[in-house]
Design a protein. Structure first.
Length: 87
């Protein structure tokens, strides 16, 4: 009786994908907790730049539209919390 074990399929990230994921992670980190100038630059890239943003996401193996929607949800939560903190 032959038994088959489910095989785990792993997608190996290339060194290039790892590099671009690190670029995105660094940009998000700057957007969240960097100095004001870096925050603004990161926000412009993440939310307003379409060409370079898409290129970087695709190079990292990330769907740019899905990722931006997730970032927008984070941003909307942050904006809605800010007035409550100020009060």
């Amino acid at each position: 009786m032959a038994t088959t074990m489910p095989q785990k399929v792993e997608v190996e990230e290339s060194a290039e994908q790892k590099l671009w994921r690190a670029v995105i992670a660094s940009t998000v980190e700057e957007w969240v907790s960097g100095p004001l100038r870096k925050k603004r630059e990161a926000e412009q890239f993440l939310f307003e730049d379409n060409h370079d943003y898409r290129t970087v996401c695709y190079s990292a193996g990330i769907n740019p539209d899905s990722f931006r929607r997730k970032l927008e949800r984070i941003r909307s939560r942050h904006v809605s919390v800010a007035p409550a903190i100020a009060a």
